[in-house]
Design a binder for this molecule. Structure first.
Ligand code: SAM
Length: 220
């Protein structure tokens, strides 16, 4: 799976993509992540010597809107770099009020597509004509508003990558394919804190797998 990220802040991704399971997945070539900065697709500098990716909104109001052209050019560049034209490409734009991202969606698109392009908005969002021209899939990660689409892109990269064979090691198999619990314990068996003992539930020490699974379902 190849991820292509359209962002004016590519450095935000550095530490997350270099560590742990996702870092290993990139090193082992199970996934790749390439960045395209819309600012690189603006020819003219303004009077301050700056290449603006945003402009004032029509109809007035506060904030700035990201211009359509540099984003479209960045996406087109990403598509032109995808060598095999048989590849299946999905372009995602992040919108807080759109359909919510889920593990089921991650599963489906991990099987259906070879290349996913993420458009990371900033400010008041992106000129809406981008969605019409690029026929994007609009996705939200939850009912709250963030300052940009970079965190949503990282969340989708993480969740979709987990679905790709080889990304998770044998100790990290997919939770959704087995009975897992949000209530988990490790050593010591009795944890002493401020003169009180906190014990691991007896059932987890019993070796009775059927009862342990029933306990896990109940604990969720
Ligand atoms: N004015 C926009 C609105 O009312 O929908 C919100 C813009 S938000 C400040 C800036 C960018 O952050 C958005 O374009 C989107 O890329 C991203 N973003 C913010 N919250 C998000 C969420 N819950 N899910 C997905 N993307 C989000």
């Amino acid at each position: 799976m190849r991820f292509h990220v359209i962002t004016i802040f590519p450095n935000i991704f550095d530490s997350y993509l270099n560590e742990s399971i996702i870092g290993r997945a990139i090193k082992n070539k199970h996934i790749s992540v390439v960045f395209y900065n819309p600012r690189d697709f603006i020819k003219d500098k303004n009077k301050n010597g700056y290449k603006p990716v945003d402009d004032k909104p029509y109809s007035g109001g506060p904030g700035m809107v990201m211009k359509a052209e540099p984003i479209i050019l960045a996406v087109e560049k990403a598509i032109s770099k995808i060598k095999n034209k048989k590849n299946k490409i999905l372009t995602i734009n992040f919108i807080p009020s759109a359909e919510k991202f889920t593990t089921d969606f991650a599963k489906t698109i991990s099987k259906k597509y070879t290349d996913i392009i993420f458009i990371c908005g900033r400010y008041e969002g992106i000129d809406a004509r981008v969605d019409k021209i690029l026929k994007t899939k609009k996705v939200s990660i939850g009912d709250y508003v963030l300052t940009g689409g970079e965190l949503p892109a990282m969340i989708l990269i993480d969740c979709i990558s987990r679905q790709i064979p080889g990304v998770l090691g044998k100790y990290e198999s997919l939770e959704e394919e087995r009975i897992s619990s949000s209530e988990v314990y490790t050593r010591p068996e009795a944890l002493k804190h401020k003169n009180k003992n906190y014990k691991v539930p007896e059932i987890l020490l019993s070796g009775n797998h059927k009862e342990i699974e029933a306990w896990k379902i109940k604990a969720n």
